[in-house]
Ligand binder design. Structure first.
Ligand code: NAD
Length: 437
């Protein structure tokens, strides 16, 4: 099949590359000409494990190419995916559909023959109706079926998730579109990918419901962690104790500094707005957002409390900046709030992240970026682990300690064991594990 993917970011690029790897002929299009020029040179503008190799092999195989103008690729395509950004609209938190609508207008002017336009971008209920209306207005003769095909991949494991998804949700009432989309994903059938066909609005809402549920699950265990600290219980054991129940499930029960990233914050906020628009309030989600926002600031206070209530003039070393490991994505990363909270109270920050420092340097001021984890510890009054990159999971703790001014380790991801850290001579603070353990 001939496929055009509009938007070559985390989702569009991974979608395009994986579909090419299945044997389809794919053109990834982005209006950012610098991004396209880089991709044509073989440089991949985002960090995602395995992506560089997969881009290379599919370009060499002649199945994948890049363009900054969508005309020819869209005209030739059986399916056009829209994978542009849908950030929070400034001011009210609604999903900003400017890019989706612009892409729809451009696609409308270029389509030729029957074409499926599949929205991968996370977009509110009714977006498909609006995309269809735009295309019909710009090009009344266009033979187009607009489908919602939300994406559930996780950054850091995006290729694996795309190739072996738990489910593929396809929202359409059009039989021709159904056949085309089945053909697009047919190569996954070898791995028994479950296709779930729904109407378009259901597919749109499914994506928001999934992200909101996961955000609630994280927020729930985070509140339980606070209660563990207050009562002397151990959140990791509580999480295991509830997670072994199949009705609950073990995933997304790791207590931490609050969720961040490019999806959960904006999608939960957008779901609340959708609920308001339709007069059906999303009260659990509203509360989740409020708790999570407070939590990020509370993490700065937790560090300050661990430092004895005052960090003015102190040096705090930060391990990990990205919102999760294995990505360079800094969007809404908890580290931003935590670092700013510490700086507001007069702390000096030294930070290291394996992939996130370039993006972080554009978002943070007065941070010294270190060469490695041990460089962060030099002269530090405390080291705070914010993102659980693999390379922070088995640090040489004796070496780390000798470099520090004071042996205070605040572990916001519960990577280390409290008794082991105490044995090593650290003053160790973690999440929801105030008792021995
Ligand atoms: P991104 O910001 O990384 O990429 C979007 C790209 O689209 C940019 O490169 C931008 O230049 C390009 N673009 C914007 N308008 C364009 C146009 N008219 N023509 C061509 N290119 C255009 O965004 P992302 O993280 O890939 O997210 C894309 C969508 O997928 C969002 O709706 C997001 O909510 C959703 N999503 C993201 C993830 C994730 O983990 N990042 C997961 C699932 C769903």
């Amino acid at each position: 099949m001939k496929i055009a993917v509009v938007g070559a970011g985390y989702v569009g690029l991974v979608t395009g590359v994986c579909l090419a790897d299945f044997g389809h002929e794919v053109v990834c299009i982005d209006k950012d000409e610098g991004r396209i020029a880089a991709l044509r040179r073989g440089e991949v503008p985002i960090f995602e494990p395995g992506l560089v190799e997969l881009v290379k092999s599919n370009v060499e195989g002649g199945r994948l190419s890049f363009a900054s103008a969508l005309g020819p690729a869209v005209a030739a395509a059986d399916v056009v995916f829209i994978a542009v950004g849908t950030p929070s609209r400034r001011g009210d938190g609604h999903a900003d559909l400017t890019h989706v609508h612009a892409a729809a207008r451009e696609i409308a002017g270029a389509v030729s023959g029957f074409t499926v336009v599949a929205t991968k971008s996370t977009a509110p209920v009714g977006t498909g109706d609006e995309v269809a209306r735009i295309i019909g207005t710009v090009n009344p003769g266009a033979d187009v079926a607009v489908v919602s095909n939300p994406e559930f991949l996780r950054e850091g494991a995006a290729i694996e998730d795309f190739k072996r998804p738990d489910r593929i949700v396809i929202g359409t009432d059009d039989d021709r579109a159904r056949q085309v989309m089945t053909e697009v994903y047919r190569p996954l059938y070898l791995n028994q990918a479950p296709l779930l066909f729904t109407d378009r609005r259901t597919a749109e809402l499914t994506k928001y419901a999934a992200n909101a549920f996961l955000a609630m699950k994280i927020t729930f265990i985070n509140e339980i962690a606070d209660l563990c600290e207050a009562t002397g219980a151990n959140v990791q054991e509580v999480a295991r104790g509830i997670g072994l129940d199949n009705r609950i499930g073990a995933k997304f029960l790791h207590a931490g500094p609050g969720y961040g990233g490019s999806c959960f914050p904006k999608d939960t906020t957008a779901l609340v707005k959708i609920g308001q628009d339709f007069g059906s309030p999303m009260r659990l989600v509203e509360t989740t957002i409020a708790i999570n926002d407070q939590r990020k600031r509370a993490m700065a206070r937790k560090v300050i409390a661990a430092c004895g209530g005052d960090v003015r003039g102190r040096t705090i070393g930060v391990l990990g900046l990205t919102f999760k490991p294995n990505t360079d994505d800094m969007r809404e990363a908890p580290s931003l709030d935590i670092i700013r909270g510490l700086q507001d109270r007069g702390a000096r920050i030294v930070a290291f992240d394996p992939q996130g420092m370039t993006a972080a340097s554009a978002l943070l001021e007065d941070v010294r970026f270190a060469e490695n984890a041990y460089d962060v510890a030099v002269g530090a009054d405390a080291v705070v682990l914010i993102t659980e990159w693999n390379e922070f999971r088995s640090l040489d703790l004796a070496r780390l300690k000798t470099l520090m001014a004071a042996p205070l380790f605040v572990d916001l991801r519960n990577v280390y064991r409290p008794h082991e850290m105490r044995r090593q001579g650290f003053n160790y603070v973690s999440i929801g594990r105030s008792g021995a353990g």
